[in-house]
Design a protein. Structure first.
Length: 182
């Protein structure tokens, strides 16, 4: 029996350390990750944090959720939120932090336990949401795959092996890929 969005919200609020996701009615707990995954996730978040104006953007690292309609709720590894979208959550302990609006940047870090799920399930949903720039970092292959939303709504895909990467959706931000894979 599929889990409803309301039941999902209750489960996630009652068990916040469980890091629950919902994919088309199926409840799924986000597993713990390896050192390399966690290092890349934190380093990406750190690089974003020092370059973005906190009056305009906030960063989430393995926290909060993004959703599309009432059947998918994911916890991306790293994402950027315009501050205007956060105000409804201030002072609300009873409200699960969920962003339904398209975001400028969402990233997943490859892991053995979630690599296929991230590409097969999450990536298409991020694209349906209209997120502007979607990354999948692979710390073992030392590669980055980007999907950047074009004016026609389609996504241009690119694979990058290293160097300095200027974000498409956040043009004043440059990420040092080599530092992510150190």
């Amino acid at each position: 029996m599929p889990v409803t969005a309301e039941t999902y919200r209750l489960v996630a609020l009652e068990d916040p350390e469980g890091r629950w996701e919902l994919h088309r009615g199926a409840l799924r707990e986000k597993p713990s990750m390896s050192y390399d995954h966690n290092y890349s996730m934190i380093e990406l978040g750190r690089q974003l944090l020092i370059q973005l104006d906190p009056k305009e953007f906030q960063i989430r690292i393995n926290a909060g959720r993004v959703s599309r309609i009432d059947e998918t709720f994911y916890i991306p590894d790293v994402y950027v939120i315009p501050v205007a979208l956060t105000t409804r959550f201030h002072g609300r302990y009873d409200l699960l932090e969920i962003y339904e609006a398209a975001l400028p940047f969402v990233a997943e870090i490859w892991s053995r336990s979630t690599g296929d799920y991230d590409i097969d399930a999450k990536l298409p949903e991020y694209q349906r949401r209209g997120d502007q720039e979607i990354w999948r970092l692979h710390p073992y292959e030392r590669s980055l795959t980007t999907w950047r939303r074009q004016l026609d709504g389609n996504y241009a895909r690119e694979v990058i092996q290293g160097g300095q990467i200027k974000l498409f959706a956040l043009p004043n931000v440059t990420i040092n890929l080599d530092a992510l894979f150190a």
